[in-house]
Design a protein around this ligand. Structure first.
Ligand code: DC
Length: 226
């Protein structure tokens, strides 16, 4: 059964273009946006800030739940979706490689995924939701109206991540970036819980050498929009 609030899921590996495409669709349709990767990143940031280890998570869960108030602002095209945590913009604090590494470890833990699951469903609000992540179409919104799975070559994805980090004023070593991206992707694909995999009923799009506008054009040509 499809949900009453329409949901479009956009899954895929890092740098496949999910963030940009989700942002463009959310702005164009005027729908809500869920950047689930940023939700995991914010939890990693909170645990780090509060000095809470994964082992202590179960006993501190209630308090963490109270403190974990995250909102997303699609912002403007060309800039990342803004992450608002307890009314403070923490976008640059969570969109860096240090937090990404911590997040990848955290996201493999079943108790963390179980904690985040209801937080994600709460974003499903009128008039619709664009949900960006790894398991949006497979696990969190199996009832989504349209499921898209984006891919791109590793080199292209690393190049995009490099440009993104440079725009944020960060120093980037391309070789290290490539290795880290490959390592994280492998972890995301091979983990036991909610691995990165295309939903059977998803539409797969390879975005290598296609500009975001071209990807949007392909998406808008799908039966869902016509
Ligand atoms: O998309 P991102 O780089 O912000 O994601 C950060 C990490 O979170 C990445 O290692 C994958 C993980 N993640 C996940 O396991 N499930 C999601 N739905 C979204 C992200």
């Amino acid at each position: 059964m499809k949900s009453s609030t329409p949901v479009i899921t956009i899954d895929g590996p890092s740098g496949a273009g999910k963030g940009t495409i989700a942002q463009m669709l959310a702005l164009e349709l005027n729908w809500n946006i869920l950047d689930s990767g940023a939700l995991y990143r914010t939890l990693a940031f909170l645990l780090h800030q509060e000095n809470i280890s994964l082992n202590q998570f179960a006993e501190k869960k209630e308090k963490i739940q109270k403190d974990f108030k995250v909102q997303f602002d699609p912002g403007v095209i060309g800039e990342p979706v803004r992450v608002i945590f307890n009314n403070i913009d923490i976008t640059n604090k969570v969109r860096n490689e240090e937090i990404a590494k911590k997040t990848s470890m955290l996201a493999a833990d079943p108790s963390i995924r179980e904690f985040i699951r209801p937080c994600q469903r709460e974003f499903m609000k009128h008039p619709g939701l664009i949900a960006d992540g790894r398991d949006m179409g497979t696990v969190i919104f199996p009832d989504a109206n349209l499921k898209i799975f984006l891919t791109a070559s590793l080199e292209e994805r690393a190049k995009r991540r490099e440009q993104q980090l440079k725009r944020q004023g960060m120093e980037v070593n391309m070789r290290v970036l490539l290795e880290e991206l490959e390592d994280r992707d492998q972890k995301d694909r091979e983990r036991e819980h909610s691995p990165l995999v295309a939903a059977k009923d998803s539409v797969e799009l390879d975005t290598t050498n296609i500009k975001p506008e071209g990807v949007i054009k392909k998406i808008k040509a799908l039966p869902f929009f016509n």
